[in-house]
Design a protein around this ligand. Structure first.
Ligand SMILES: *Cc1c(COP(=O)(O)O)cnc(C)c1O
Length: 410
């Protein structure tokens, strides 16, 4: 069962490294590979499979809607689409004036947000022109051209320049924001927790200051909740932790529980920026994707999974902090989006050792193991994680110690 590696190496675009395994099925927090080896999945498709794998609510929603109505184009509305728009407005607190644009991915949701910022800065109806867009250093917003321009990492952008202009990346500090912002800024876009950067939290109070400064200067505050939304951090959205009201949020990953869907939710005045013809998507908001997202979000609400994310996150953090390994430096993040900061650049080795033992986690960078399990996890999954993660760390620590001894003896 290794022929798949040759197939992958020959047929798939070389945009990522070697695939780690051939996964063939999943159930709850477990997945199986082609050799029927079982893994505890504590990555959940990068914070995507909110209900785990093959959850009955997800399966039923896909089957029922597939047999009812799957696609109609944006010339028409459908019941699941309207239900999801109303649900997202309610959950986000977008108010009666709020509006929802549906996309098929996170990057596309951020493309819509980028265009929203441009419209806000275009100087329409006698409003001042605002050519600047602020984003944060280490921020990640996607790989399409617009979302890439918002993404900070130079190495990701450089081969594809020129980027859409006007975006400036500033340090994620209150001081940097204070000195950068002025009346020529159309929007500030931020992640409440920088997931791809290695689960890095914003400084305490940043969201509140960002809110008051953007209000003061007439700029939009756009919060990228693609990784932090849908209950992942123990609140419905990351911005809820500081009780602010943004002008727009972008969503994807967890809201579909594995079904591709994204959304831009606009609040109050920002909701009137898009007008007929300013944006669109053939598949966006189709009845199948929106029906599944409705089912996923309904299950998150009914089963108390936001509260579970908060409680299990605290429990998991305690478990990790309690592991006696010199490799563990700190635990960052909130709820079930955690980053284990390491004392040595061996995240890749830890991830490989974990996989060997039957645990899926992710190296967000060489110093960080990212953990983002399904929001449905309980004691059994946490216990299994503790055993496997402890063993993986011990294995890597033994290798690190051996190589240090070798160096000392050389
Ligand atoms: C994953 C992610 C994106 C991009 O979403 P895609 O669905 O991969 O296009 C954008 N922003 C954040 C914060 C993300 O975590």
């Amino acid at each position: 069962m290794t022929v798949w590696k040759e197939d992958a190496a020959r047929d798939l675009v070389l945009n990522v490294g070697d695939r780690l395994a051939l996964l063939t099925r999943g159930e709850g927090s477990h997945v199986w590979d082609g050799d029927d080896k079982r893994y505890l999945d504590f990555l959940a498709g990068i914070a995507v499979n909110s209900l785990g794998h093959a959850h009955p609510a997800f399966v039923e929603a896909v089957a029922k809607q597939a047999a009812t109505l799957v696609h109609v184009s944006n010339y028409f509305a459908t019941p699941p689409q309207l239900e999801l728009a109303a649900r997202l407005k309610r959950l986000a607190g977008a108010g009666i004036d709020g509006r929802v644009y549906f996309s098929n991915s996170g990057a596309e949701a951020n493309e819509a947000a980028f265009k929203l910022a441009r419209l806000h800065g275009a100087g329409l109806h006698g409003a001042p022109e605002r050519p600047r867009i602020l984003a944060l250093e280490n921020g990640f917003h996607g790989r399409t051209m617009g979302s890439l321009a918002l993404t900070a990492k130079k190495a990701m952008r450089a081969p594809f320049e020129p980027m859409p202009g006007g975006v400036e990346h500033i340090p994620a500090t209150i001081e940097a924001l204070e000195s950068a912002i002025d009346d020529r800024v159309a929007a500030l876009i931020i992640e409440p927790i920088q997931g791809e950067a290695g689960v890095v939290e914003l400084p305490e109070g940043y969201l509140s200051v960002a809110r008051s400064l953007t209000l003061k200067h007439g700029a939009l505050l756009i919060v990228d909740e693609i990784q932090t939304g849908a209950g992942r951090t123990g609140q419905w959205f990351g911005f809820n932790h500081e009780g602010i009201t943004p002008d727009a949020i972008t969503l994807a990953k967890g809201i579909g529980g594995g079904f591709p869907i994204g959304a831009l939710v606009t609040f109050s005045a920002a909701s009137s920026l898009f007008t007929p013809g300013s944006h669109g998507s053939t598949f966006g908001g189709n009845p199948l994707a929106t029906a599944v997202a409705n089912a996923v979000l309904t299950e998150i609400e009914n089963a108390g999974l936001v509260e579970n994310a908060a409680a299990r996150g605290a429990q998991l953090r305690e478990v990790i902090t309690g592991i006696d390994s010199p490799l563990i430096d700190e635990v960052r993040g909130r709820g079930l989006l955690l980053g284990v900061g390491l004392t040595a650049p061996v995240a890749g080795e830890v991830v490989a050792a974990a996989q060997e033992l039957g645990l899926i986690v992710n190296a967000a960078n060489p110093y960080t193991v990212r953990i983002a399990p399904a929001l449905t996890i309980g004691d059994a999954e946490i216990e299994e994680f503790q055993t496997l993660f402890t063993a993986a760390l011990a294995h890597v620590q033994a290798t690190v110690a051996a190589s240090e001894e070798e160096k000392a003896n050389a």
